[in-house]
Design a protein around this ligand. Structure first.
Ligand SMILES: NC(=O)c1ccc[n+]([C@@H]2O[C@H](COP(=O)([O-])OP(=O)(O)OC[C@H]3O[C@@H](n4cnc5c(N)ncnc54)[C@H](O)[C@@H]3O)[C@@H](O)[C@H]2O)c1
Length: 320
């Protein structure tokens, strides 16, 4: 099933556009003929992620911290707010920056959309469900988040961002949408960003032990980045306020993921077990009924194919 919605945009602002997901989103928009202003402070992203777009007609790279008021040269008709550290290693290293990106950054991006009469989309996260007590998670579940735990700087910032976005829509009439992204993987992830897929691939290619946390029986649902980007664009085009889950319901344990990556890389690495982080969710799986029904969207790329593409990219970018 391919996404239903196709709507063309003149000019999109993508905050966090030189990060992992944002850079793929910028590429998709430019390919569709949309001018893109990528606004990024490079705190966790890299200019190299969008260097293939620099010089292309319609693409502008603007360095700015969106937690401070910012302007762009021409008004957008679409604002996609992705700016935020996203991996636990990053947001634990940048706790205040993360809280600000989710709160002040969301406010500034919303204000840009409001004064430009643009559609606004917040890239929220499955982390708003915390360590969930309902499984799989649908959008009506309110979540189970520790408000003062180490992960709260991310989880609560995103929850606040969702509240701010929703209130902007109801109080000021801003055309808003919240999407909740589940674990996404693919080329351009950083090998040292601490997330399972890039960590395991880096370790497997180096012949190092794969560091599985806890007993490895905790589950995640991995969505290939092209599918996530298609879902974001479908939600933007549809006009729904959300929240809507975007993720791949195929769930697997971290131990199985590690074994699979060893097999796909042909590595002789072993598996080692390390301590599991505080408040690490035990399970994570999206119910994507809403996205299927409203957006005609569901993931197209099977995990084996997505992992192969990601491994190929890591092989071609040693030292990443
Ligand atoms: N990748 C996933 O699995 C996933 C899952 C759920 C939600 N998300 C959300 O998607 C978005 C992108 O995630 P990602 O995986 O690409 O992470 P990433 O770290 O690769 O990208 C984030 C980008 O935002 C930029 N940024 C951070 N703070 C900023 C600020 N104050 N001003 C301007 N730029 C800033 C970073 O430099 C980086 O380029 C994030 O909002 C994240 O919460 C991602």
């Amino acid at each position: 099933m391919g996404p239903l919605a196709s709507r063309t945009w003149e000019h999109a602002v993508v905050t966090g556009g030189s990060g992992f997901v944002g850079s793929h989103l910028c590429s998709a928009l430019i390919a569709a003929g949309t001018a893109v202003t990528c606004v990024d402070d490079f705190s966790t992203g890299r200019p190299a992620n969008v260097e293939h777009l620099v010089g292309r007609p319609g693409f502008t790279l603007q360095e700015a911290n969106v937690s401070r008021p910012f302007t762009v040269e021409r008004p957008p008709d679409l604002v996609l707010h992705l700016a935020s550290p996203a991996s636990p290693a990053d947001y634990l290293r940048l706790p205040l920056h993360t809280l600000e990106a989710g709160s002040l950054g969301t406010r500034n991006a919303l204000e840009l959309a409001h004064r430009s009469e643009a559609r606004f989309l917040l890239a929220s996260t499955s982390e708003v469900y915390g360590d969930p007590q309902e499984h799989p998670q649908n959008e009506r579940y309110w979540g189970h988040v520790n408000p003062v735990g180490p992960r709260s700087v991310y989880d609560e910032a995103k929850r606040f961002g969702e509240a701010f976005t929703t209130a902007h829509g109801t109080a000021l009439g801003t055309d808003t949408c919240v999407v909740r992204l589940f674990n996404t993987y693919g080329p351009r992830m950083r090998g040292h960003d601490g997330r399972a897929v890039p960590t395991f691939i880096r370790q497997a290619l180096a012949g190092d032990p794969l560091t599985v946390t806890g007993d490895g029986l905790q589950t995640r649902s991995l969505c290939y980045v092209d599918d996530t980007v298609a879902g974001i664009l479908a939600a933007a085009a549809h006009g729904m306020p959300g929240p809507v889950n975007l993720g791949n319901p195929a769930e697997l344990t971290m131990l199985d993921l590690a074994r699979w990556i060893i097999e796909l890389t042909g590595s002789d690495s072993e598996i080692g077990f390390v301590e599991r982080p505080t408040d690490d969710p035990a399970v994570r799986c999206p119910d994507i009924t809403l996205a299927r029904d409203k957006l005609q969207w569901e993931p197209q790329v099977a995990a084996e194919e997505g992992l192969r593409r990601t491994i190929d990219w890591f092989r071609a970018h040693p030292g990443n």
